[in-house]
Design a binder for this molecule. Structure first.
Ligand code: CS2
Length: 505
């Protein structure tokens, strides 16, 4: 890999260089906006998705909708690197037809918690900030998944209740900020979830209100009545940044970019249009502003994310490193195609404006994008948070109509076997999941080895006991347990064989 800092050294990407970057800009008419949006969870996804739509909206209609991005994990390095580039970075779109590089400009300020808490709360109390948006991943919601209320045993929640003015969790931050605005008589900001959860706006409202209720019942009532929590469906495949992306961005710009974001060309954003304090002109971009996001969210979660997680766990066992390699394996392609066609699509609401078979075909093509190199290990993270909305909801819908779940059970079974921490060829890998220790503890109670042949039923029963993942009513169903045991048993012969032999109809 050539070192982009080798001779001659490239100067860093800075706002002063923008006039020279015209070929990489969405438009050269640009007025630097004041901050109107605070975004919590400054990962790559936000930078390749909402930040671009927001820039396009400002190009179309103006408005002070500059973004202040906040990293919640105390990543001072990332903050400092972005600040050193004046908030600029390259979006590196990688498609089968080639690469396109765009320098994104909407990010105006970057903060890292807990270090910049005072500045964050000053902004959140400023009436010019009218939207707080979030990409904090499923676990950032601190929900008790059984009820959807705040998880009172969560270490961060316990800390926030003890020190409500120095919050570390998302519900704690939003509640403290909304309380400030209420006391100061400033209209609340709109809170917009952009995470992969069904009913993400309603889910966020519920968890924030239940947290606020623990602090102050009147405040909780006010939040419930006065704050809008629109739902959104976000979609763009954004892998982790690699050195190859840094080389591509820096060579294309002729300037050094330490933090480019790679992504696929495709993107979609469906937004529930409930913004009482105003919003950028996202309707002047390709984003869709609608009354009801739910059908879009469900289709995307079950089809795209459900297939992604299925591909990820089977591939971790089978030894396929990236999604394009996995879907390029003919039996895997046939299995995912059948899973979507026969088990997932029939659970989606019929809608004349949506062709699920065309959607399926488009997804299979997107997965096959050879330029993205989307690592299965990245998607395999946080299974305990992802499995319920992506796979269990579909399973539930199937079982209610007594329909078979062979393929879906193979997906969940692959996750169970994945928790062994070892691929079929013996290669070890790490498991990154907030419930990893709990799940492995449950499995370890199966003697002598939960993953040994013959222990399939015991392993399934042990893991189904994790109520944070499996609602007890679902876990108790024989028509769920039996196919799961069968799936784990077939996986004993290796994932590749299980995929080749599975019959989904
Ligand atoms: C992926 C998603 O990492 C994952 O779990 O399934 O990030 C997926 O790439 C996006 O939701 C696509 O919009």
């Amino acid at each position: 890999m050539p070192n982009v800092l080798s001779t001659p050294p490239l100067s860093p990407l800075r706002r002063a260089a923008l006039p020279r970057l015209t070929p990489h800009l969405l438009s050269d008419t640009w007025r630097e906006p004041a901050i109107g949006i605070v975004h919590l969870g400054l990962g790559s996804f936000h930078r390749a998705h909402q930040a671009l739509y927001t820039e396009e909206a400002m190009l179309a209609e103006g408005g002070d909708w500059g973004i202040c991005g906040v990293t919640l994990q105390g990543s001072v390095e990332k903050r400092d690197a972005l600040v050193a580039q004046d908030g600029l970075y390259t979006v590196v779109e990688r498609g089968p037809a080639g690469v396109r590089t765009t320098v994104a400009r909407a990010l105006r300020e970057v903060l890292a918690l807990p270090h910049d808490r005072a500045r964050l709360f000053a902004l959140l109390a400023d009436a010019r900030v009218r939207i707080v948006s979030l990409t904090v991943t499923e676990k950032g919601y601190c929900r008790d998944t059984r009820t959807g209320d705040i998880d009172r045993e969560h270490a961060g929640v316990i800390a926030d209740l003890a020190h409500p003015d120095a919050p570390v969790t998302v519900p704690g931050i939003l509640t403290a900020a909304l309380r400030q605005r209420r006391l100061a008589g400033i209209a609340p900001f709109t809170v917009m979830s952009c995470d992969n959860l069904a009913h993400n706006g309603a889910a966020l409202r519920k968890v924030v209100c239940s947290y606020a209720r623990l602090r102050d019942a009147a405040l909780a009532e006010w939040i419930e009545a006065a704050v809008a929590f629109p739902s959104t469906m976000v979609d763009r495949i954004v892998p982790a940044t690699t050195d190859a992306d840094r080389v591509t961005a820096s060579e294309s710009l002729g300037l050094h970019d330490a933090l480019p974001v790679p992504c696929e060309p495709f993107r979609q954003w469906v937004i529930e249009d409930t913004f009482p304090s105003g919003r950028p002109a996202w309707d002047r971009t390709s984003a869709q502003l609608v009354d009801d996001v739910l059908p879009f969210e469900i289709a995307k979660l079950r089809m795209l994310n459900g297939a992604h997680s299925t591909l990820a766990y089977l591939s971790m066992l089978a030894g396929f490193e990236t999604i394009d390699v996995a879907i390029g394996h003919a039996p895997m392609h046939a299995f995912i195609h059948a899973l979507m066609t026969h088990e997932i699509i029939p659970t989606l609401q019929a809608n004349p404006a949506f062709d699920p078979h065309a959607y399926r075909d488009a997804l299979l093509t997107r997965f096959a994008n050879p330029a993205l190199k989307h690592r299965c290990a990245q998607i395999a993270m946080d299974g305990s948070q992802k499995i319920p909305p992506r796979l269990l909801a579909t399973i539930d819908a199937r079982l209610q109509r007594h329909a078979p779940i062979t393929g879906l059970a193979l997906a969940v079974g692959a996750w169970f076997v994945f928790l062994r921490g070892q691929a079929d060829d013996g290669t070890r890998y790490d498991i990154s999941d907030p419930l990893a220790a709990r799940l492995q503890g449950l499995a370890r109670q199966v003697q002598p080895d939960a993953w040994a042949p013959g222990n399939e039923a015991a392993l399934v029963d042990a893991l189904l006991g994790c109520q944070d993942v499996f609602p007890p009513a679902l876990a108790a169903r024989a028509d769920f347990r039996r196919p799961l045991i069968d799936a784990v048993r077939t996986l004993q012969a290796g994932a590749r064989q299980a995929i080749a032999n599975v019959h989904v109809h």
